[in-house]
Every structure is written in C-alpha cells, then in structure tokens.
Design a protein around this ligand. Structure first.
Ligand code: SF4
Length: 361
C-alpha cells in the first residue's frame, strides 16, 4: 500500500512511512495533517497564560547546542535566590497567571531541597498556581547529585506540589547525534523511562524534540516512534513540541537556518506519526509567532502560552525574551480564522474567545 493510500485509510504509519512523508509536497502533507487536527480539535487553537522561571543558567553540563548556560559565549551567569523565585511566583499569581513553568540548568548549589522548598511554598501560598517543573534531564541530575532513584525524586516532586512535567531535555533520541550534541545529559533511554515512571503515577507530561541542527530526517522519525511506543502504554503525554534549533551563541556551528517548509513538514509529520498524542504544539518562542500560527493549518493545535519572560530560546537568537501580550495572541488567532481557547496546564478549557475583545462565550 502506498503512503497516500495509508493516509486515506488512516492507518498507523511505520518508520518507512514516516521517512516517505518527507517526500510529499507540503500541501499534500498539510491536507492530511489538517484533517487529523480538525477531526480532533476543529478550529480551536489552545494557549495558556503562563510564566517561565529559569532560576539559574550555571550548568555542570556542556550541551553544544545550548546558548542559555553560562560559558565563554554567554558570560552572564546568574543564580536567583529562593526569595527571588518566590517573588516572581507571587507577582504572577497576583496578576492571574495560571501556571509557573520552572526549568533550569544543572547547578549543584540549587539542590533538591532548595527546589522542593520553593515548590512547597508556592503550593501553600498560591494554591491555584499550577507547578510544571523539572525536565527529565533535571530529574536525572538530581538523582545523581543525591544518589536517589528516579522513583524517589519523582515522589518528592509530587509531595512538594509539582503537578506536571515539561518535555525538555529530549533533544534527539538517536544515540550518535545525542552523544555529539549533549554528551553527559540524561540518556534517551532514561529520558523515556523517567516519563514512563511519571505517567505510572497518574501524572501528565509533555515531550519535545530539538530539530534543525545536525540530525537527519530519519532521526526525527525515530524520535517520534520512541515517544509513540511509550505513549501506547499509558497516554501520559499531553503534547508533543517540536522545537526549532536556534543557531546563535553556541558551540554547534550550524550555519544555515532551517527553512519554513521543513519546519511545517516536520510539524505536519508529527501530527500524522503521533496518532496517540492529543496535542501538537507549535512553540512560538522557537518558531516565531507568525510561523507557529501558520502551523495551525499544518497539524498543530497549540501555540504554548504568553510565557512573559523567556530566557532559553532567546539566548539562542529567538525574539521571545519578553513573552507575548494576551491581546496579540487573541488577535493573531482570530484574524487567522481560528478560535482561541485558553486552557489550563492539563488542557481543560478555561475560556473560549469568539472575538478578540468579547471575553468568554
Ligand atoms: S541544555 Fe540544559 S543541561 Fe545542557 S548545557 Fe544547557 S542548561 Fe545545561
């Protein structure tokens, strides 16, 4: 059966099919991805009102693609105090923000007790603030730092009030590429294992993929299939987030930008390959807001959030440092013919907007 026939019959796609999808033209791919997207979500575009907090950029690891961590190319090392993190959370809470997304570099001066104290205090003082925190890479770092099992770290996170895990640190699962771009970080196998353990606890998480650097298209398909296999067991991933590699201020030395067609194809293919992950997020901070909006026609159904302060993608050259105003979000979604839906961190719908200024319907 050829690939078009499989798409028409809505059959599950294998590795060879995934690679073959890249050979289709963008609009054929977009047509099939959009069919799947529309079947699930109609014209809805999801976003949340969130605040990213990155407590330190001092890192024991040296990932070649990273522009966020302090090094020779980024001499601006910083480390927030506990009070500074709590003040940011307090301010976010006072302004009605629903989620704090706390991820950081691997700095042993910010150990597990330091973070757990912060999470506990946020939970106690600002109970409606959803805490999304600790990538699988951070769980692995804490497990090594304190000689604890992954189970023990995850249980402590839950006890301190963490409700969901972000999808960072996945990068690319192919072992050869991973060894070159982020040797020393959590292995692919352990990244997947940590999320599986988290899902076993009845908790949800997201999954990312960093693309557009030295990986091949085949590596992206392999990455998606490894996630799909884990997802088949417990459906714990809420969203898949393909992150476009930012080329500035790092040691990877990739000169060319990834073209928009390749970005849109990859988003469309992820919708078609990941038939068991409900949401595909076009992360505007790495893809730009305009392209992330176009991606909603190519399989994506989520733009992420307003973010407010963004330190990781912007360090690599993305124009996302100041986040995005809510009204801009609403305007671009509505003028593109979609319906903005504010969601919570677990994709419960909070507000459906019909017009930019009309509030809920
Ligand atoms: S990607 Fe994360 S783990 Fe790697 S160097 Fe940057 S901050 Fe450290």
């Amino acid at each position: 059966m050829d690939i078009i026939e499989k798409l028409e019959k809505n059959e599950r796609l294998n590795y060879e099919d995934g690679v073959a999808l890249y050979g289709l033209d963008l609009f054929t791919l977009g047509h099939f991805a959009n069919l799947q997207r529309t079947k699930r979500w109609g014209k809805k575009v999801y976003f949340n009102i969130n605040r990213h907090i990155n407590p330190t950029n001092i890192c024991k690891d040296i990932c070649k693609f990273c522009a966020f961590s302090a090094n020779r190319k980024n001499p601006n090392a910083y480390k927030y105090t506990k009070e500074e993190v709590l003040n940011i959370a307090k301010d976010a809470y006072a302004r009605g923000i629903k989620e704090v997304h706390i991820v950081s570099a691997h700095n042993k001066e910010h150990d597990l007790d330091w973070y757990m104290g912060i999470f506990r205090e946020i939970r106690e003082k600002f109970p409606s603030l959803h805490i999304k925190a600790f990538t699988a890479a951070e769980v692995h770092f804490m497990s090594e730092l304190h000689d604890l099992s992954y189970d023990e770290v995850l249980d402590r996170m839950i006890e301190a009030g963490v409700e969901s895990m972000p999808g960072g640190g996945a990068e690319i699962f192919d072992e050869k590429v991973r060894a070159y771009i982020c040797k020393g970080k959590v292995s692919s196998q352990n990244w997947l294992k940590i999320h599986e353990l988290w899902h076993k606890r009845g908790k949800f998480s997201n999954a990312t993929m960093l693309f557009g650097h030295i990986e091949e298209r085949e590596d992206r398909i392999d990455h998606m299939l490894r996630l799909r296999e884990v997802q088949d067991k417990r459906q714990g991933f809420n969203a898949f987030i393909p992150l476009v590699y930012q080329r500035d201020n790092n040691y990877l030395k990739v000169d060319k930008f990834l073209g928009s067609t390749e970005i849109l194809k990859t988003i469309a293919i992820s919708r078609l390959m990941l038939d068991n992950i409900p949401h595909i997020k076009a992360y505007w901070a790495s893809a730009t807001l305009n392209l992330a909006m176009v991606a909603q026609e190519f399989g994506a159904d989520d733009l992420d959030g307003t973010i407010e302060k963004e330190a990781i993608q912007s360090a690599g050259g993305a124009k996302s440092a100041q986040g995005q105003a809510l009204q801009d979000f609403l305007d671009i979604i509505i003028t593109s013919g979609f319906t903005p839906v504010e969601r919570d961190s677990l994709y419960n719908e909070l507000q459906v907007y019909e017009e930019a200024n009309s509030g809920a319907c």
